[in-house]
Design a protein around this ligand. Structure first.
Ligand code: C2E
Ligand code: MG
Ligand code: MG
Ligand code: MG
Length: 292
């Protein structure tokens, strides 16, 4: 119950701090949280939220990122940062990941004109059946492959012992898009951009945070945006919270944008309403201009 998750959170941190429960205790804790996740899958406690990814004018959603939430019956809503690392250390991530992907694809059929972006964890990507799962779901939901974009992080690219390169090629052959998430954190290397044919690079939120006051952050973002257009890779800037950041970006190029300034992640029904509202609002603006 409650204690198990609390302990599991502690366990996650324990790598860095003094608290170090005994091995058996840790195995027991992990087992408990794994059982909770299994149960949550059966009881439909997971939900995909969707956050819009906006065009370069910040007017219209062109894509949506699926972000998992756990609606826990007693603890309320739990964010992915709290439980995905436990799932990632067991094979559960493959079950959760399959659920997320299938749900996102099904929901994509209710969001015409919107590309669906789905996070894929390292272990999911390393699983040999992953490309055939993607293919199977595309067929099941009758989706054009390029409606789907898979977001991977660079940690999975560090070494290719697991055949990740082959998997990414296979995904490209299938026709889905692949994005490099959180670019600029960790071990970002420009050689990845040469080695793998990413369709999009998502510039990490940490750069955007500093845009207002840090000239270096400004120049790095500016350079990445022009790099993107030079090598013909879409750029999406994450974590835009303020108008000032949006204005800066609009001046340096035409990246896609994602952040609380435009909208927070939300349930599918709310996303659809938001989209109508946003497009109505844009229409209102046009009408207003025409009246003037
Ligand atoms: P991410 O893929 O980089 O997703 C973006 C995260 O930034 C989301 O957090 C989103 O809510 C948050 N965000 C978006 N705009 C803003 C903003 O303007 N300001 C701030 N402060 N935050 C913003 P969330 O939903 O908590 O997800 C965290 C991470 O968990 C994700 O980072 C992703 O790595 C992982 N994740 C979420 N859902 C899934 C999933 O279904 N599968 C896998 N494998 N990972 C997932
Ligand atoms: Mg992502
Ligand atoms: Mg990201
Ligand atoms: Mg990020």
């Amino acid at each position: 119950g409650d204690i198990a998750l609390y302990q599991a959170k502690e366990m996650g941190r324990a790598r860095h701090v003094v608290f170090q429960p005994h091995m058996e205790e840790r195995i027991q804790m992990r087992r408990t949280i794994e059982e909770e996740i299994e149960r949550a899958l059966k009881r439909h406690e997971f939900e995909n939220f969707y956050q819009p990814i906006m065009d370069a004018k910040g007017e219209k959603a062109v894509a949506a990122e699926a972000l998992i939430r756990w609606n826990h019956p007693t603890r309320g809503q739990i964010s992915p940062g709290t439980f995905l690392h436990v799932a990632e250390e067991s094979q559960l991530i493959n079950k959760i990941g399959e659920w997320v992907l299938e749900t996102a694809m099904k929901d994509a059929t209710h969001l015409p004109g919107i590309r669906m972006c789905v996070n894929v964890s390292p272990n999911q990507l390393r699983h040999p059946d992953f490309p055939s799962l993607v293919e199977k779901l595309l067929t099941r939901y009758e989706l054009e492959p390029d409606r789907i974009e898979l977001e991977v992080t660079e940690e999975v690219l560090l070494n290719d012992a697991d055949g990740v390169h082959e998997t990414l090629k296979e995904l490209h052959r299938i026709g889905v898009r692949v994005a490099l998430d959180d670019f600029g954190t960790g071990y970002s290397s420009l050689s990845y951009l040469r080695l793998y044919n990413f369709d999009k690079i998502k510039i990490d939120r940490s750069f955007v945070e500093d845009l207002d006051h840090d000239v270096d952050a400004q120049e790095i973002v500016r350079a990445l945006i022009s790099l993107g257009s030079a090598i013909n890779v879409d750029i999406c800037v994450e974590g835009i919270e303020r108008k000032s950041q949006f204005k800066f970006l609009a001046n340096v190029g035409d990246p896609l944008m994602q952040g609380f300034l435009f909208a927070r992640p939300m349930p599918l029904t709310k996303f659809r309403l938001w989209r109508e509202g946003a497009e109505d609002a844009a229409l209102d603006d046009i009408e207003l201009v025409e009246q003037l």
